[in-house]
Design a binder for this molecule. Structure first.
Ligand SMILES: C[S@@+](CC[C@H](N)C(=O)[O-])C[C@H]1O[C@@H](n2cnc3c(N)ncnc32)[C@H](O)[C@@H]1O
Length: 474
């Protein structure tokens, strides 16, 4: 049966953003999500999918450009899934993020809000990330323009990012604006080395090949970690590549490698080996009138990816917590304990809880590194861990910080927070929809006193939001 061709919609005015930062318009009552548009554009749209309740399409002609449009600065824009809002001015990005927070808290959460200030812009809008993972492929993605050119592409080796949502499609990255140097220089050096030595790049579908991934981590203190993942051991060639990297980039303070024969790229269950330097790098956060806090970051450790904005966020959390020095604080979903440690020197005691045991091990190590002793950390799923025994062990909190993953808090955790009823809660969220859902369950007990949207990820639709709740007395 012939495939039905979907129509082109003409002169469509784009009116807003839908979920995951997709531009949308309403056409005869139907919501149409439009790839390649921004609100304020007037466009012609080729529909690519049509359902009863919504449709999807892509721009074929830009008739009138939105005043919010800017020219994307990255040559990979349009293919890369990394910075999909780069065609939107930064002021418009932060404006939309604030509105997204307000809409979610008011409409989904039914919450009464104080005046919501502008989104706290990221101190850096380029080179703001401290970690990137690049993938080697023997069969890079060929763009439509390249295909149409009729040119032959015999050598399809590449080192770059996956196309959005495609585990098997990788495009070659020549320049990425997300991470400070020497990130681009290291990636391009490794690619050039691979080409020069005719190295065997990984075949993602067949699961064979030698060079698999390259992970680069940087710190604000100038330290650099590089981890090269190989599909199999080839000692002579491995040592030659790592020696070349070490010689070319003496600033690499931690040069690591691992062998991964598994089908997926995760490193949690792999042995990580040190080729040169230490097995970790050290990041620092400033603290008023006190020595900097130091965090040891190993290959498997989590640390917030925008370190400058993390500094701003943690200071905000500390200020909203209103610590005077005698408080007992819970830090739920604490990761490697960075918020816990940031607060510990300003209160009586902090207990951090987190599901990943390795993160809790890092939290303990970081407490020791900073000679902080008034903290405890426990590993476990919070829906089970936060029980009466836990409360008996640590006492009831005066301040509760919660920073759950995108899914928000389990309802058992919210129920336990209702029982605990601490006078002050600071809720950090990377998903205002689940934050609104959780806050709605607390709104008979708590008043929202502060809402502060923050931009952790410029040029993406992601928004971070910090809310302070105060227990309604009585
Ligand atoms: C947004 S991160 C918090 C990071 C941390 N507050 C920081 O600033 O570095 C959310 C954390 O929740 C943890 N997590 C996810 N599900 C959990 C659960 N059911 N119980 C406890 N922790 C969980 C994740 O492992 C992750 O470390």
């Amino acid at each position: 049966m012939a495939k039905k061709t979907l129509p082109i919609l003409e002169h469509i005015t784009v009116t807003g953003w839908g979920a995951k930062g997709k531009a949308l318009a309403k056409v005869d009552g139907l919501v149409v999500f439009i790839q390649g548009a921004v609100p304020g554009d007037v466009v012609n749209v080729q529909l690519t999918r049509k359902k009863k309740s919504y449709a999807e399409g892509r721009v074929t002609d830009l008739i009138t450009a939105s005043p919010e449009r800017v020219t994307p600065f990255c040559k990979h824009f349009g293919i890369c899934g990394g910075c999909t809002w780069q065609d939107l001015s930064y002021s418009a990005q932060v404006g939309h993020k604030r509105q997204e927070v307000i809409d979610n808290l008011q409409r989904l959460g039914g919450l009464e809000l104080p005046e919501v200030p502008p989104t706290l812009a990221s101190p850096e809008t380029r080179h703001y990330r401290n970690k990137l993972e690049f993938t080697f492929t023997a069969q890079r993605w060929i763009t439509k323009e390249e295909l149409d050119s009729g040119e032959q592409f015999d050598d399809r080796k590449a080192l770059g990012f996956h196309l959005p949502g495609r585990f098997d499609k990788v495009f070659d990255v020549e320049e990425c604006w997300l991470q400070p140097e020497p990130s681009n220089a290291i990636r391009n050096f490794v690619r050039a080395y691979g080409t020069q030595h005719n190295s065997d790049y990984y075949h993602i579908r067949q699961h064979e090949g030698w060079l698999r991934t390259l992970t680069i981590r940087t710190t604000t203190t100038g330290e650099v970690m590089v981890l090269v993942m190989f599909g199999r051991e080839d000692k002579t060639n491995r040592e030659a590549l790592l020696t070349a990297l070490q010689n070319e980039f003496p600033e690499i303070s931690s040069l690591l490698w691992c062998i991964n024969p598994k089908k997926n790229d995760t490193i949690w269950d792999l042995d990580i080996h040190v080729f040169h330097g230490r097995d970790h790098i050290v990041e620092e956060l400033r603290d008023v009138g006190l020595p900097n806090l130091r965090f040891r970051i190993g290959a498997k450790s989590f640390f917030q990816t925008n370190p400058q904005q993390t500094q701003v966020m943690y200071e905000l959390v500390r200020d909203l917590a209103g610590l005077k020095g005698d408080e007992r604080v819970y830090d739920l979903y604490c990761g490697a304990g960075s918020i816990s440690l940031f607060l510990a020197r300003h209160c009586q005691h902090v207990v951090g809880a987190e599901i990943v045991p390795e993160a809790i091990a890092d939290a303990h190590a970081n407490a020791e590194l900073n000679s902080i002793t008034n903290v405890n950390f426990e590993a476990g799923d919070l829906k089970d861990l936060l029980n009466t025994d836990f409360i008996a062990r640590h006492g009831k909190p005066d301040v509760l910080i919660t920073d759950p993953p995108r899914a928000g808090m389990h309802e058992a955790v919210v129920a336990r927070i209702r029982e605990l009823a601490p006078p002050c809660i600071v809720y950090v969220s990377c998903n205002p929809a689940t934050q609104a859902r959780d806050l709605a369950l607390l709104k008979d007990l708590y008043r929202v006193t502060h809402v502060q949207p923050m931009d952790m990820f410029p040029h993406t639709w992601h928004v971070e939001n910090v809310v302070r709740l105060e227990r309604i007395s009585g």
